[in-house]
Design a protein around this ligand. Sequence first.
Ligand code: NDP
Length: 362
Amino acid sequence: MEAPDFAVIGHIEDWRQATNTINAMRSEDNHPLAEADVRDILPWIPPRPLFRMTVRSRVPDLVVHGLYLETFIPPENLATGRLRRNLGKVRAAAQWADREGVRITSLGGFTSIILEGDTTLLPESLRSAFTTGNTLTTAYIAKGVERACLLHGKDLSESRMLIVGATGDIGSACVKYFESAVRGLLLCARNRRRLEHLSARLSAMDRDVTFSTELDQLLPDADVIILAASISANGLGLVERKPDAIVCDAGYPKNRAVGNTDLESSRLLFNGGLGQVTEGVRYTPDLSAPFYGDHIQNVAHGCALEAALLALENRFESYSAGRGNIEVEDVEEMWSLAQKHGFELAPFHNAYGPWSVKQLIS
Ligand code: NDP
């Protein structure tokens, strides 16, 4: 087995995924565990590697090897106050990456949110550089939204864009990317003071901006919606949205409430922030189905692919760090590196599978 060039620290999104993952790891001689059993067991599993990744570049003969480290933080604990326990799991996973000699590690999803992007909370002795992966994630969200609008004939310059989680690291990067491209911005988060601050900056530049801590007040005016909030359970209801609003759900776990079948089964919602490696990602053992479903291949989260990209470029640096530091030039740089190595946008899809050709031309 090749020594890993990069590592990704991540977490399970929901109990269904946890159950499928744990059963996929068990030998065929063992009967499958019920979700109730997995709920009892998972919190006690220490962080550990789940699979290796082999990622091929479009540049001939260029390959990097990665290690995925699962923290086993229970999904509903991700955004709650269990800071010490969660932090302990992220630190233990980071130490594992260090023991493997990894030089660049991505802090996927909530593992960077737990640290608030502050890697000084990790043990000082670690030799790996840490990146949140949020710059490449933002690139996939932004380019995905542009492409989805093009497919649906929606003119961004005539559209009002709602960003949920607008004051966060990814949300604020999306604001910077789209602030002069759209007709108006609708900003949502829970903390009013941070929203006021962001809105004042945009108003000073004559942007049309409205903010609220109440999502339902903004939804009816939104033509395009980016969900980038750090929500771990219960999800956001989008009932008040316009029927033709395009929705990019970049949450990890997903931000939207489940069970909204009219939206889920439509071509208007896509899971954003994901990339597809044209030359292939091999997962060993192959746990790609519980993570990404079996309808699309060679897909990974933007945060994971950022570490792979930096390893391919021999750039063992904390490319994405802290909160609110991602600039549009960084997003464009990551996007152009992604193109160079064949890390394209993931095909548009949601829980019901890929957007079909029939849907796209109807
Ligand atoms: P941050 O913690 O930096 O920002 C989160 C934002 O969400 C803040 O604006 C926060 O503001 C807001 N927020 C939290 N709860 C709510 C709520 N109930 N309603 C409205 N707003 C809310 O997180 P990141 O920017 O790093 O990550 C955002 C999301 O993107 C997460 O789900 C993360 O896991 C996901 N992600 C996805 C990746 C992918 O590959 N698709 C990669 C990396 C991250 P306030 O506290 O004021 O409410």
